[in-house]
Design a protein around this ligand. Structure first.
Ligand code: NAP
Ligand code: GLV
Length: 310
């Protein structure tokens, strides 16, 4: 079995060794190599933002494993309609996302950002404790990551709402779905968490029209993709006072360009696309397990519906 590794800006060697070790006993043996133009056809591929040439040349793939949850960049390529695309399915990302969103929510809710500033100025004064019921948290996207985040936030006893394409039954989460449920979801949300995939339908979904419908004093946590947010609209709504602030992990252009207003904005906290990192060992174990399942003819989870875009 041949496995081609083609991941932009990722050190190949530990992945090659890890995949080879995890599949060493496979029938006929395994050869895992970093792809180069003109390489012989592989049976499986492990990719992150591969070039079109890779897809064009590798025409015998049984499956391509995307080493992230989001497949938006991969689906920008011309893919053969029959190619099976498999996304990372948690593999240690969900708990990271739950941690990240919880800290951003709680930091804002408890005023810890304000306390940080006051402490630095020697100001020993209290902020009136907020009421949890005044901070309903709305999670857009209730998939592998969004569901985990919604359940975690519900454990902290915030009112939690979720919005997805299809209705969900998740304990402690009020479910809204589809276009018809969007307005009611937005109107009831104070802290908006975005965990949607980036598709033609969701691009720019956080814009002046939608963000204005959130409850006054809203807070935005974007951990999905930068292109979900119309950045100028967020800045304008913060200036106008409708939005209290934001925690942003993803941006329209990454790395965030020098001089971008988000770098220094006092009401915006930023991190460099790190809320849920791909964990190498967990990912290798998941990919190896799925390759074994596919070789046995079994179904695997995480197969992307390329027409739907996630
Ligand atoms: P997922 O399992 O595919 O879940 C996607 C969710 O979004 C599903 O609940 C789906 O609804 C909903 N959805 C999709 N299109 C919709 C639409 N048009 N209207 C309403 N709901 C819609 O994805 P995931 O694994 O949770 O990951 C979500 C995203 O997080 C990824 O695509 C990626 O962009 C981002 N991400 C970011 C980081 C980071 O470090 N910042 C790390 C990992 C992932 P249904 O359930 O009804 O289908
Ligand atoms: C990271 O952004 C991912 O999609 O896994």
């Amino acid at each position: 079995m041949k496995i081609a590794f083609c991941c932009a800006n990722i050190k190949a060697e530990p992945w090659l060794q890890g995949l080879a070790a995890a599949l060493q006993d496979i029938d006929g043996g395994v050869e895992v190599s970093a792809w180069e133009p003109g390489a012989p056809p592989a049976d499986y591929a492990v990719v992150w933002v591969p070039p079109q040439q890779f897809i064009d040349e590798q025409s015998a793939l049984k499956a391509v494993f995307n080493i992230g949850a989001g497949v938006d960049r991969l689906l920008e390529l011309r893919l053969p309609p029959s190619l099976r695309v498999v996304r990372m399915d948690d593999a240690g990302m969900a708990v990271q996302m739950a941690e990240y969103v919880s800290q951003a929510l709680i930091r804002h809710f408890r005023g810890l950002d304000l306390y940080e500033a006051r402490m630095r100025e020697g100001d020993w004064s209290y902020i009136h404790p907020p009421r949890r019921e005044d901070f309903p948290v709305g999670v857009m996207g209730l998939g592998v990551l969004g569901e985990r985040v919604a359940r975690t936030v519900a454990q902290f006893e915030f009112p939690v709402l979720g919005w997805s394409r299809s209705p969900k039954a998740i304990e402690g989460v009020r479910s809204f779905s589809g276009a018809s449920g969007f307005d009611e979801f937005l109107a009831a949300t104070r802290v908006l968490v975005n965990l949607l995939p980036l598709t033609p339908e969701t691009q720019g979904i956080m814009n002046r029209g939608t963000l204005s419908r959130l409850r006054a004093g809203a807070y935005v946590i974007n951990v999905a993709r930068g292109a979900h947010l119309v950045e100028e609209d967020l800045l304008a709504l913060i200036d106008e006072g409708h939005i209290a602030g934001a925690t942003l992990d993803v941006f329209r252009t990454e790395p965030l360009p020098a001089g971008h207003p988000f770098w220094q904005h006092p009401k915006i906290t930023i991190t460099p696309h790190t809320s849920a990192r791909t964990l190498r060992d967990e990912s290798i174990a998941q990919i190896a397990g799925k390759i074994r399942a596919l070789e046995r003819g079994d179904a695997v989870t995480g197969v992307v519906d390329t027409a739907r875009g996630y």
